[in-house]
Design a protein around this ligand. Sequence first.
Ligand code: ATP
Ligand code: MG
Length: 420
Amino acid sequence: MSFQAPKGTFDWTPPRSERVLAIREALAAPARRAGYGYIETPVFEDTALFARGVGESTDIVSKEMYTFTDKGGRSLTLRPEGTASVVRAVLQHGLHNGQLPVKLWYSGSQFRYERAQKGRYRHFWQVGAEALGSEDPALDAELIMLAADGYAGLGLTGVRLLINTLGCKECRPGYRAALQEFLRALDLDEPTRARIEINPLRVLDDKRPEVQAQLAGAPMVVDHLCGACKTYHEEVRSLLTASGVAFADDPRLVRGLDYYTRTTFEFVHDGLGSQSAVGGGGRYDGLSEMIGGPSLPSVGWALGVDRTLLAMEAEGLLADEAAGERVQVYGVPLGEEARRRMFLLVTELRRAGLVADMSFGGKGLKGAMKGADRSGARYALVLGERDLAARAVQLKDLTTAEQTEVPLTEVVDILKGKFS
Ligand code: ATP
Ligand code: MG
């Protein structure tokens, strides 16, 4: 009997897995340089946190959650996103009682029961950043810029930024009513009609062509913004322009989660087919209150690690597959005694900071040298019985095939010198 990873999930194996590590680091690096601290939250939370925080009417809560009852009878859910957990943790630990904004970043896996396809998985990875407790357009601009810098840091050039504003609790109700009136007159199926009453903005996000075709004349948020929201949005836009971040206004951009207000944005890549969003985020001024906290106006984003990798592939940035710690030195011991000595030598090399590996399983010279070649090492160390007797080792440069005999007591220093 053999097992397969569950549908919609997959394994990261070398050398691709090394890319994933590098992508997570590169996406988080700009945020870390901007004073965002690392937070790690549990992979599961009380189901009610997501139901309230993400919103009952969203696809995530209504269809996509991995919910289970634990042995103590609690309803728990594998996290489908990171923001609700971060806000929960901030409130629980009173982080918002100190200096504001609280700036945090995270990296980890998310779980959504979705229709599995390329770029859409049931277990996927995000890097996220959140700034909680400040209402300041500079903070919205900062986060957007940090994400843009993250993609740029990976060498991506095809990531486009779309921005919009969703208004606030002053102007959103007026817009919502106007949108509902428009939508009720359309020819839509029952579930969509129900959605008009619960969360009409989400209907704008419907991907079906027959729905999109009817939305051409839909009222737009921009035409219903209050003065404060207009000024705020203008400021975000001009800060982005001033700092050289290219963007396009997308008056139809809405996002799947209930908690978004004002600034909303998405990063898309045209090389990904229909799963084009590589990341997104926005302001969520009401979320803290929705989960029982004080008013904590906040802004954040989540970037999809898997789709970022696909985008890099689409741009041909993954050609050089051996991205991880490349083996520098490879030990080839011939015989029992040599194997013991080589084990110590390789340990010494590693402790000296070199990346070293050796042949295992008692291979002969030919098999072990094949291993040395496959490892990508620059040098092989061949240790036979005669070498042991001479307290020496054969240092072979694998690019030139040149071989020199060096004393065992000096080989670590010699190799250190070659790689410094
Ligand atoms: P989409 O519109 O593609 O469903 P979303 O609006 O649900 O995306 P968010 O919840 O904002 O996405 O998550 C942020 C990012 O996480 C997305 O831009 C995407 O890159 C990534 N992402 C979301 N869902 C998945 C998934 N099922 N598989 C892989 N990546 C995902
Ligand atoms: Mg989605």
